[in-house]
Ligand binder design. Sequence first.
Ligand SMILES: [Zn+2]
Length: 320
Amino acid sequence: MKVKKAWGQTTLPLKIVLMLVLLLLIVANKQVRSSVCDDSSVCLQVLGSGGPELGDQRASSSYLIWVNGKAKVLIDVGAGSSLNFEKSGAKFEDLEAILFTHLHVDHSADLPAFIKASFFTARDRDLPIFGPEGNSLMPSTAEFVQNLFGGDGAFRYLKDYINTSETGNYHLQTHDLPMELHRVQTYRLTADIVLKAIPVHHGPIPAIAWRINTLGYSITFSGDMNNNYHTLSILAKDTDILVMHNAIPESASGVASWLHIKPSEIGEIAKQAKVKQVVLSHRMQRTLGKERETKQHIEQSYSGPILFANDLDSFRIIRR
Ligand SMILES: [Zn+2]
């Protein structure tokens, strides 16, 4: 009885102390991992934390930015992202834009699924789609959408979504970004959301890193890249969350390292740009299970928080 009484006497103050410590940690770190994006903060939600593999047990690359409780910007739409979009509770009619980092299958395959599904939503205003221009290997973003939904496209039965003479639907508005190195391109999407973009090196593929600025915060997405252009640190300067793709281990070489960035280079960029937190995504079988090693290589340069993403993880940025 004495023990029970003693415990009872100390429980309440202990709880209060623990809550205060937790609150202080939240305020100090600003970014908090949780399972949902509530309506009180700017929030990053991971819809797809994997790459193109069948065996990684993850959806392919895709992210949502939530602002004031609504899903506003969708970055990449790899396979499986439409299912996780459903699970997230996001509404397609709330989206202000879809952004492509590049047009590889693991970043773009679910676009037809989203557009078809939108028929069953309340969306009635046009939807901008931003992505890179093309080259001899890849279509431009506008060509990609045309190749899917145009009159000769694979899904031409959905052509009304790009035919502006059809008034019964909303329309997709495509924007091709030029691959102008070292120039940050800026687009005001809404009164509260500004998009910034810069080309990054992904082998021969036109590729863009994106930064979304909203309500005084920013989240930056590397997309697939290695650092041959040395451009990402310009875009990511002082960003609240830098989402980097952890597609290869430090020991990678050849084509893999021509296309993707090594952990030590992630650390150098994060340090150079003074980012407040790094989230590692696009996890593949060659990096899964090597998280400790990956973190150690990043920490050689960067001393801030490093978190590994899983599907449907949310990272909230708390207002001070
Ligand atoms: Zn990829």
